[in-house]
Design a protein around this ligand. Structure first.
Ligand code: ADP
Ligand code: MG
Ligand code: MG
Length: 254
């Protein structure tokens, strides 16, 4: 069973007036097969956590550790993290000019699996995954992120998730910008991957609505750069009713 352990993680960004600490001691353990929702107000550092785990160069780790099965994730390059099984949906958020979705996915799968997938089985795999996400087959020939709608971007993320089969999946605001139908299709995709029991999922979100489709095992409230409360799925219901005010006013956030 793969386990991701985040211990007392501190992360800073370079702001105009010098370094600014965003993450202030995050502790979290995610095991394969578990789903953890990280919920919190805007600006609390949720995306910073996601980017830091993926190794985004803009974020400087100033303390703490991140271990995947005891291996030091922070010492790994972005590619090494992907190969080790850490998946961040927005790892490649930019447009990739001239690279089709189909080629991009095969390159990513090659990097993660250590060898190129056999073309015939690969084409079938991609077709099936796209059909499950109700994506037009023509989408595979479009250039990555070029003119993608919000919904297409999210479906492309879940398509990557289904094909790359990571040990730990970090999904940041996967629900934002989706209409109800797209939210349901994307959620079903995440649930299909979860149902294998082989992925630990970190679902980062501001809103509770995706949690109507995806029942987390654990909910963590994130405020002021750290986890301030943890509980089960019922904590999300409390947040839906009461919002984040209690945590922000309590001085946990800025
Ligand atoms: P969330 O995802 O919870 O909305 P973020 O992680 O995006 O929060 O941001 C947390 C805080 O860090 C915010 O106050 C944001 O302005 C600040 N921040 C994030 N990235 C940078 C950056 N590159 N430079 C300066 N401040 C940043
Ligand atoms: Mg600390
Ligand atoms: Mg964010």
């Amino acid at each position: 069973m793969a386990t991701l352990e985040i211990r007392d993680l501190h992360v800073s960004v370079e702001a105009e007036n010098g370094p600014r600490e965003i993450l202030r001691g995050v502790d979290l353990t995610v095991k394969q097969g578990e789903t953890h929702a990280i919920m919190g107000p805007n600006g609390s550092g949720k995306s910073t956590l996601a980017y830091s785990l993926a190794g985004h160069p803009k974020y400087t780790v100033t303390g703490g550790e991140v271990l995947l099965d005891g291996e030091d994730v922070l010492a790994m390059s972005v590619d090494e993290r992907a190969r080790a099984g850490v998946f961040l949906a927005m790892q490649y958020p930019v447009e990739v000019p001239g690279v089709s979705v189909s080629n991009f996915l095969r390159t990513a799968a090659t990097a993660v699996r250590g060898e190129a997938p056999k073309l015939r089985t690969w084409v079938k795999e991609v077709k099936e995954a796209m059909a499950a996400l109700q994506m037009d087959p023509a989408f595979a020939e479009r250039n990555v992120n070029e003119g993608f709608s919000g919904g297409e971007k999210k479906r492309h993320e879940i398509l990557q998730l289904e094909l790359l089969k990571p040990k730990v999946a970090i999904l940041d605001e996967t629900d934002s910008g989706l209409d109800v139908d797209a939210l349901r299709i994307v959620s079903e995709g995440i649930n299909r991957v979860r149902s294998t029991g082989e992925v630990g999922t970190l679902l980062v979100t501001h809103y509770t609505r995706i949690l109507r489709y995806i029942k987390p095992d654990y909910v963590h409230v994130f405020a002021g750069g750290r986890i301030v409360e943890s509980g089960g799925a019922e904590l999300a219901d409390k947040l839906e009713n009461e919002g984040y005010e209690a945590y922000v006013k309590g001085g946990a956030s800025e």
